[in-house]
Design a protein around this ligand. Structure first.
Ligand code: PMT
Length: 404
């Protein structure tokens, strides 16, 4: 975990109606000690357990409570807060809050804010152990996790109701540490990062192409993580069905040649190049101007010719940026990845197993990352979080290279 991870991060802290709400006072203090800017949003039930004045004094900002309050909306309304937040942290989160978030309710300020925000969400539940184990609560947790929400805790032990078990809010210090492990440090301000994503389509005739199973999810998640680190991001993407992330400048291409040309046009003077795209290694030598007709012949032979290796063109250039490649392998993942690291003169490579329903198109993945002097395994996680973990590692190695 980077000590600096929360420095300058804008955090909306949602406090809901649990006896553990008193701990949010300490939580605000500890987040601010780490350099975070904290705005507190309380549910009405939370105000029964701790006063808004306490959290206002500790955060240094007015506490927002009402959705339909003209004065509060005029100050920093829910849409502004939704855009402002780098992260939304809900601590404590009651069983009712989990249910409301999981079902997409938006009838109070906190849930409206969450539904209007693209910011990542971390939730620290707090409730009686039977409520935590309740099937409905567990279903809600699974659903929220599938939407990339990060669940922090809960802890086990004595409960306010006199029972023992799982359901206690994590201690404020543990929440801050867990959040710091998830956040990408804001250390790429003023840096330009170029990222490739998605597949390439290599046309055979006007209606057919050779493509691959890349959905672009990992490359787009890398672009979001780079933007969260404060970088100016150029995302060069093959044909995918994904919205453009905020604060990211996107260029759409179709073929490997077009991706090559756009990369070479944008990579000059950039600081980091991350090649996540699944670029075709071969393309049909000839493009048929008219649709190839089905004839009585039993076979159709296509002659394929190699495409340009984009990432190698970047590492062969003058004043090359810090270059991170990916390796998609069905077997011998480590050996092939290490070979590509060397052969393509990369600074780092993130390798993943693909095929049989893993790697491509799914929402979760795991990576083995290699660089000259080390390696790290990034365990199975939603691609959105995996990209943050990878970006944090890239920043570490980039800083190490640029300070030696
Ligand atoms: O898009 P998703 O569905 O989320 O899936 C993510 C992913 C599986 C596509 C991603 O995690 C991944 O592994 N991307 C790299 C896929 C790939 O093409 O790997 P490769 O081992 O064939 O290529 C090695 C490296 O060379 C890659 O960085 C690739 O971008 C680059 N390359 C390859 C061929 C080429 N002509 N030019 C290149 O620059």
């Amino acid at each position: 975990m980077s000590e600096q991870a929360l420095h300058n991060k804008k955090i909306v802290l949602g406090v809901t109606g649990s006896i553990a709400a008193y701990k949010s006072a300490d939580l605000v203090r500890r987040l601010r000690e780490k350099g975070a800017d904290v705005r507190v949003v309380m549910t009405k039930a939370a105000c029964e357990f701790i006063t808004p004045l306490t959290l206002q004094t500790l955060s240094g900002h007015p506490v927002a409570i009402e959705l339909l309050d003209a004065d509060q909306e005029a100050a920093m309304g829910h849409i502004k807060l939704a855009r402002w937040a780098d992260w939304i942290l809900i601590a404590p989160a009651t069983a009712d809050t989990l249910a409301r978030l999981a079902s997409g309710r938006a009838d109070d300020l906190l849930t409206a804010l969450c539904s209007a925000s693209e910011s990542p969400l971390a939730i620290a539940p707090a409730m009686n152990n039977k409520m935590w184990q309740n099937e409905a609560t567990q279903n809600n947790i699974r659903h929220l996790r599938s939407q990339s929400a990060q669940i922090l805790g809960p802890a086990s032990g004595d409960q306010a109701c006199g029972e023992q078990g799982e359901g206690r809010l994590l201690e404020p210090n543990d929440i801050v540490e867990a959040l710091a492990r998830l956040v990408v440090p804001a250390q790429l301000q003023g840096k330009h990062v170029v990222i490739t994503a998605g597949p390439t389509y290599e046309p055979i005739d006007p209606v057919r192409f050779i493509g691959n199973r890349s959905s672009g999810k990992m490359g787009f998640a890398m672009a979001v993580a780079a933007a969260e680190a404060g970088a100016d991001v150029t995302l060069i993407s093959g044909p995918v069905n994904l919205p453009t992330p905020t604060r990211v400048s996107r260029i759409d291409i179709e073929t490997a040649q077009q991706m090559h040309d756009e990369v070479m046009a944008h990579v000059q003077g950039c600081d980091l190049f991350i090649a996540c795209a699944a670029v075709a290694d071969f393309r049909p030598q000839q493009f048929e101007r008219n649709k190839i007709k089905k004839t009585k012949q039993e076979q159709l032979q296509l002659i394929l010719t190699p495409t340009l290796d984009i990432v190698s063109a970047v590492t062969d250039g003058d004043k090359r940026p810090f270059v991170v490649g990916f390796a998609a392998e069905t077997n011998a993942v480590e050996a092939y990845a290490k070979d590509k690291l060397k052969r393509k003169k990369l600074d780092m490579i993130a390798a993943n197993q693909v095929g049989d329903g893993v790697g491509f198109a799914v929402n979760e993945n795991e990576l083995q990352v290699f660089w000259e002097a080390g390696s790290r395994i990034l365990p199975m996680a939603p691609k959105k979080q995996l990209a943050r973990d990878l970006m944090t590692l890239i920043i570490e190695q980039y800083n190490a290279k640029n300070t030696t």
